[in-house]
Write a protein that binds this ligand. Structure first.
Ligand code: RFL
Ligand code: PHB
Length: 390
């Protein structure tokens, strides 16, 4: 089989790139190792920057997002019993974010792909990328026990942090940068109304907590936990009791609890692989970089990578120009590192670090107080949170 662009991974990065290419008349095939149900069952991101919304519109999948997404012009920081609002809208000229779950983005993209008739192979096993240094790369994989080869012009590695694409780049051609944090996030999804109209990021001596949402009737809550903890140790009652302890009194009183419909633990990590291109293989999204979720940037970075990669592929196929492909890695990484910086800073600002010591704790306190007292500091947070320009 042959296609123009072989896309590995049917997460948001792969599906979005596929949809844009299909609409531009560029052949592509998506290979995904899991089932569609498994992909839709992963509960992840919830906050979209305007740039991601614009790209989803361009891909023709913005209708439900505009109808059901919640526009947020601010976030709140809960600390020492009080709440401090960061007025995203007022600080950064009318900007906002849209709260719309990654699951819904993925569902919209999957439906659009099915409607377009563009090919996808789910449950593709043992994908292996070959010949990326030459003119004719290919991907070998197995499907229902049968060995197959897909020939292509380019491979888009959209297969997430644990995928094969990054691993198929020779170690000598790749430099990686990593920070592993000494904690994770325990997340709960529940069909209860959100505790507040806006997201609450809570800094507390027992650990960080986040109150987020998926709709007016579905909430997403997170607690900082140790890496040794397991979901089974957190029955719903224990989760809600701990969340109440970490919130300010007003939020604690307003919290509506109920049975969880999903519960999972995710470790926190910062990671970047450079460059994001090796010959005819282009990495995009979590395949190339990971941010801790505190800044809500992972999905948004996947979208900006796809923006750059799609524009570059379009220039190649429409006009025979390769400047975009040649500049892809540098362009994408410039934005990636700024989001890495912001996500690292938000994580440092709000979490309890077991090994920071009294000096580190005092600096963290000063950082928070500076933020609450300084409009300039709030503007820096707001500018990054709503998303830096593409
Ligand atoms: P994905 O979503 O991991 O998709 C990769 C796909 O590739 C498949 N795959 C393979 N397919 C074929 N062959 C192989 N060998 C394969 N290996 C893997 C996988 O099955 C999968 O379907 O990566 P993508 O598309 O780059 O998207 C990235 C985002 O999913 C991620 O950055 C965000 O979820 C991060 N994130 C957040 N981002 C935000 O922008 N805003 C948020 O509010 C936000 N909150 C979060 C988050 C991530 C979290 N977790 C669980 C780490 C909250 C959490 C708790
Ligand atoms: C979420 O709703 O899952 C979410 C929101 C904001 C974050 C991280 C996760 O910073």
């Amino acid at each position: 089989m042959r296609t123009q662009v072989a896309i590995i991974g049917a997460g948001p990065a792969g599906l979005l790139l596929g949809q844009l290419l299909t609409r531009a008349g560029i052949d592509n095939l998506i290979l995904e190792q899991r089932t569609p149900e498994y992909v839709l069952g992963r509960i992840r991101a919830g906050v979209l920057e305007q740039g991601a919304v614009d790209l989803l519109d361009e891909a023709g999948v913005g209708a439900r997002l505009h109808a059901e997404g919640l526009v947020h012009g601010g976030i709140e920081i809960s600390w020492a019993g009080g709440r401090h609002r960061i007025d995203l809208n007022g600080l950064i000229g009318g900007k906002h974010v849209v709260v719309y779950g990654q699951t819904e983005v993925t569902r919209d993209l999957m439906e659009a792909r099915a409607a377009s008739g563009a090919p996808s192979v789910y449950e593709a096993e043992d994908a292996r990328v070959q010949g990326i240094d030459g003119e004719r790369p290919s991907v070998r994989y197995r499907h229902r026990g049968e060995a197959r080869t897909l020939e292509c012009d380019f491979v888009a590695g959209c297969d997430g942090f644990h995928g094969v694409c990054r691993q198929s780049v020779p170690a000598s051609s790749l430099r990686t940068y990593e920070r592993v944090y000494p904690f994770g996030w325990l997340g709960v999804l529940a069909d209860v109304p959100p505790v507040s109209a806006e997201l609450i990021y809570a800094s507390h001596e027992r650990g960080f907590a986040l109150c987020s949402m998926r709709s007016r009737t579905r909430s997403r809550y997170y607690l900082q936990c140790t890496l040794a903890e397991r979901v089974e140790e957190w029955p719903d009652e224990r989760f809600w009791a701990e969340l109440v302890r970490r919130l300010d009194p007003r939020a604690a009183a307003d919290l509506v609890t109920g049975p969880s419909i999903e519960k999972s633990i995710a470790p926190l990590r910062s990671f970047v692989a450079e460059p994001m291109r090796c010959g005819r293989l282009f990495l995009a999204g979590d395949a190339a970089h990971i941010v801790p979720p505190t800044g809500a940037k992972g999905l948004n970075l996947a979208a900006s990578d796809v923006r750059y990669l799609f524009d570059a592929l379009l220039a190649h196929y429409r006009h025979g120009r390769d400047e975009g492909l040649n500049a892809y890695s540098e362009r994408a990484l410039r934005r990636v590192w700024k989001a890495e910086r912001f996500s690292w800073w938000m994580t440092l600002l709000l979490h309890r670090f077991p090994d920071h010591g009294p000096f580190g704790d005092k600096i963290q306190l000063a950082e928070l107080q500076y933020l609450f007292d300084s409009r300039a500091a709030q503007a820096v947070l707001a500018e990054n949170y709503v998303g830096l320009p593409y």
